[in-house]
Design a protein around this ligand. Structure first.
Ligand SMILES: NC(=O)c1ccc[n+]([C@@H]2O[C@H](COP(=O)([O-])OP(=O)(O)OC[C@H]3O[C@@H](n4cnc5c(N)ncnc54)[C@H](OP(=O)(O)O)[C@@H]3O)[C@@H](O)[C@H]2O)c1
Length: 347
């Protein structure tokens, strides 16, 4: 993709809705198109896909005024303020860098890129260009998750001793599916495991020691991974992810004075229960999902920030270091790490 550095840094958007452009028109782009429509402060003005007909059909379905069959042409659209990058992970780096060079703010699907180094590169480029860059780690912005983080931080369950979370999701094995195809970012860790690892990092802390067990499928992608780590504060974290099984996904934080259980899927908890001795309190979530990350982007853009205090660049990079260490232990290596990926067709 083309990269221009002549575009001036944008200023805070205070007097009008944020004008979104969607780069890629796949599964998760649909969810974001709906979320942007559901909240105040923004509108989708353009969508781009490698295939012009698919982009046009997506635009019609979601009443988006403009569609593009070329990412480069899309990035020259002066009315796009913020780009949502929802391609599969190997393409995020190049597309984020091109968007930033075009003077656009970026919301990049998780994982921001395939590697720690590339994630740092994207965030450094955004800060240098004066644009906002944020990983679309929607779990971080959900009010009940923020509430649990506050209660843990304030010591409501005492000193945290352990954390347990699992994110299994059963995918039919198909070597061409993005969960299993290494060339398309395959692997449970970067796709599913990133959620419980993010939650553990947010609620309990960064590892001092990390232990990893896991299994790969025939393509070489990780499918079943158990991580265990010790934090600087002396708590033990246990995280499991699996792209081939189903089952319970409750998340538990245990402390010296009580415990908190987050109910429902780890990336989008529906409620949580705090227990302290005989006392028990359950707090319901608001049942919204991607809307919170969109609202956070709008807030940051109104305030002219280049990173969200709820998703600091340093945290996203630190979480990538955990995932990358685990991946190295399991011998999972992406082809793009050896040979930088070339621009996809139409880009
Ligand atoms: N936040 C969440 O809850 C959530 C859920 C699912 C996925 N995700 C993340 O979102 C990203 C996309 O997931 P998805 O389920 O939406 O995937 P998808 O529908 O399979 O693909 C998304 C888009 O990526 C581009 N793409 C796919 N394969 C490609 C290839 N081989 N070469 C070039 N471009 C390719 C295509 O863009 P065009 O439309 O331009 O052709 C496609 O529409 C992943 O990074 C994933 O981790 C997040």
């Amino acid at each position: 993709m083309e990269q221009s550095t002549s575009v001036p840094a944008p200023t805070a958007i205070t007097d009008r809705p944020v004008r979104w452009g969607l780069l890629a028109a796949g599964n998760i782009a649909r969810a974001l198109a709906e979320a942007i429509a559901a909240v105040d402060g923004g509108e989708v003005v353009a969508v781009a896909a490698r295939d012009a007909d698919r982009a046009r059909a997506f635009a019609q379905e979601f009443s988006i005024p403009r569609s593009y069959g070329s990412y480069d042409e899309f990035l020259r659209d002066p009315e796009v303020d913020a780009v949502y990058i929802s391609s599969t992970h190997p393409f995020h780096r190049e597309q984020a860098l091109a968007s930033i060079a075009a003077g656009k703010h970026v919301l990049v699907e998780k994982p921001t890129t395939l590697t720690v180094r590339d994630t740092e590169e994207v965030f450094e480029a955004a800060r240098a260009a004066g644009v906002l860059a944020m990983e679309a780690m929607w779990t971080r912005f959900q009010p009940i998750v923020l509430d649990v983080a506050r209660r843990v931080r304030e010591g409501e369950i005492g000193t945290v001793r352990s954390f347990h979370a699992a994110f299994p999701m059963p995918f039919e094995y198909d070597e061409s599916h993005r969960l299993f195809d290494l060339a398309n970012g395959g692997g449970a860790l970067l796709d599913l495991g990133i959620y419980p690892v993010t939650l553990a990092h947010l609620l309990v802390g960064h590892p001092t020691h990390l232990h990893v067990l896991g299994a790969r499928v025939e393509t070489g992608a990780d499918a079943l991974v158990a991580l265990q780590w010790m934090t600087e504060q002396g708590a033990v974290v246990q995280v499991l992810t699996d792209s081939r099984s189903q089952g319970s996904t409750e998340t538990i934080v245990r402390g010296t004075e009580g415990s908190i259980v987050l109910h429902g899927q780890v990336n989008n908890p529906t409620s949580y229960t705090v227990r302290r001795g005989e006392e028990q309190e359950t707090v319901e979530g608001d049942r919204r999902g991607y809307e919170h990350e969109v609202e956070e982007m709008h807030r940051c853009l109104r305030e002219g920030l280049t990173e969200s205090p709820l998703a600091p660049h340093a945290d996203t990079v630190a979480i990538m270091t955990i995932l990358e260490s685990a991946r190295r232990e399991l011998g999972v290596r992406y082809p793009q790490e050896d040979a930088p990926l070339h621009t996809p067709e139409g880009g």
